[in-house]
Design a protein around this ligand. Structure first.
Ligand code: GLP
Length: 243
């Protein structure tokens, strides 16, 4: 099935449309296994879901959450882990207990932790919904180019542009980490529903390449076009460069 590409006027509209999309899936399956990106792009969707949770018009509390990516070597209790960000932005506002948040390993025996993570995905029957952003080099999660569709959950070396982009999250010029851990493209491409979001002009060229260029490991986001059911939610500036 070709991806459906939904172009929204601006970031607020994108966030509302993203929340509608997630809410519809969760209404049909309240205990869905949801893979949750961090980064700036989905924060509006999560804030909107949190508002609806408080208003009693949405209930995400039964979801099972899977972390998308993590820094390697940041202490487990540091607030700058992407796990901590996942809790703050998604699990806690939706009242999802932490025991139902499947964490990626950032320390210790990472290969072993990744294998345990993949077993948890299998035990959940796979991912029902993957909520994803896109890096300016076409990465999804920390699947840096080139990452083919058979890559598994693993430790990776971050690209220089990813290290720079991630430093901005923490108000620092110093890089947070040079290595990461990511769910592999195999799990992402196998998700039953995929929501890929992009906002702002800086994403326009890579969104075009991912959606209109060849499906290639050199643009890992393009591999999502092989997923069962991909919805791409963009604002106008990320799609045609309009302000
Ligand atoms: C980061 C993260 C991704 C995220 C992407 C886009 O490096 N590893 O999970 O989706 O880049 O981030 P943003 O939404 O902040 O542009």
């Amino acid at each position: 099935m070709p991806p459906s590409i939904l172009v929204q006027r601006d970031y607020d509209d994108l966030s509302r449309a993203g929340a509608d999309f997630v809410a519809e899936i969760v209404a049909a399956r309240p205990d869905a296994a949801v893979l949750v990106a961090t980064g700036e792009t989905p924060m509006g969707v999560y804030a909107e879901l949190a508002r609806r949770q408080e208003a009693g018009t949405f209930d995400g509390s039964l979801l099972q959450v899977f972390q998308l990516d993590e820094y390697a070597g940041i202490p487990d209790h540091d607030r700058r882990t992407l796990y901590a960000w996942t809790l703050r932005a998604f699990a806690d506002p939706l009242h999802i207990p932490h025991r139902r948040v499947v964490r990626l390993p950032g320390n210790g025996d990472i290969a072993d932790g990744c294998a345990a993570y993949d077993r948890s995905v299998a035990a959940a029957g796979g991912i029902h919904l993957a909520i994803l952003g896109i890096g300016i080099n076409g990465h999804v999660g920390f699947n840096e180019p080139p990452s083919d569709r058979w890559t598994t959950t693993r430790a990776v070396r971050l690209a220089p542009e990813t290290i720079r982009a991630n430093a901005r999250y923490w108000g620092q010029r110093e890089p947070v980490a040079r290595r990461g851990v990511t769910v592999g493209m195999m799990t992402l491409v196998s998700a039953r529903r995929t929501l890929l979001m992009a906002s702002g002009r800086s994403k326009r060229d890579i969104v075009r390449r991912a959606m209109r260029g060849p499906v290639s490991a050199d643009v890992p986001a393009s591999l999502l076009r092989d997923a069962d059911d991909l919805t791409v939610l963009v604002d106008r500036s990320a799609w045609d460069g309009a302000a």
